[in-house]
Write a protein that binds this ligand. Sequence first.
Ligand SMILES: [Zn+2]
Length: 344
Amino acid sequence: MKIKFNIHTKSSDLLLKWFDKQSDIILKEILEQPGTQIMAGIVENTLSQNELPTFFNELKNFSADDSSKSDPYGLKLAWFQRDESSLLLDKIKEYNFSSEITDRIKPYIPTDYPLDVTSNVYFVLTGWEWGDAMACEITKIDNQYKVTEQGESIIIINLSIITKLYGNDIDKLLNDNISNTMSHELFHLVFAEYRKVSSYWKNNRNTTEIEQLVEIIQNEGIAHYLSHNQKQNLIENYNKTNELKEHEKEAFKQLDIAVKQLLNPELSKQEKDNILMKSNAGKYWDKFGGIAGKFMVYHIEKEYGEQAIQQSLSKGAYYFLELYNKLRIEKPILPGLPEELKKQ
Ligand SMILES: [Zn+2]
């Protein structure tokens, strides 16, 4: 597997320039940047469309000290974090995004299809509210970058959220927080590329809400496990105190509630989409899909090795659940999965 990164910072450079001097020429350039267009597309997809102002209008009407207005694109946050972002951007431009990022994910990627991945990484200063980064698919339509179901897989990282969440030690931000965040998103990206060529995934499309939840558990579970030192943390601390076990129990409980809601015919499509979003967005321990999955990966890997997780990528999300169910017969003390998650 070969992985190459292309780093894009232009939309951020221009926004910082615009914060200094709000000229229409710079504004126009900002809106032409792929990073800006992808960021705005993500916000449009996650917020309800009818009340959402365009990013152009937000820039036009921007005022840093107007606290009465909502801030759907996080423009105010970008303003407050602009000095840290500027320092960080300078370092990013000379940083060698090295093997460390790819080494974390390599053991988990199946080798039955050789992958040669070039990953465009967009560093932006505005965007969604939760999570510092995401992987998504984009398509260029009429000279505009759109976020689409199928397209080119990319990574987009919001530096304002990074500096807000993790402080201003630039070296730590790069070598630790951003490096780990990129491993997390790179896993999603490479897995998405693998799914495009794997015959299993081409023939098995998961379309129901329950099936989508099962995919989130596997995909997010592994991504959460292999980034931000979680693997090490679980190995060292899972049995030391009850804290991690409590989080585990809670995530499985929320998962159980979510499964019943997703199967409830009285809930609307909108409500179910919301549940799916919550399974993987919000505060760290509240992302019950990703968190339950992370604990499952830990137990599966401990018992059957990294190889088992890797195999689950080529055999599908239900296979991943089967591994856990099998393991749980031997260790009934672990929380169980809802019955409804067994493939019909
Ligand atoms: Zn993720």
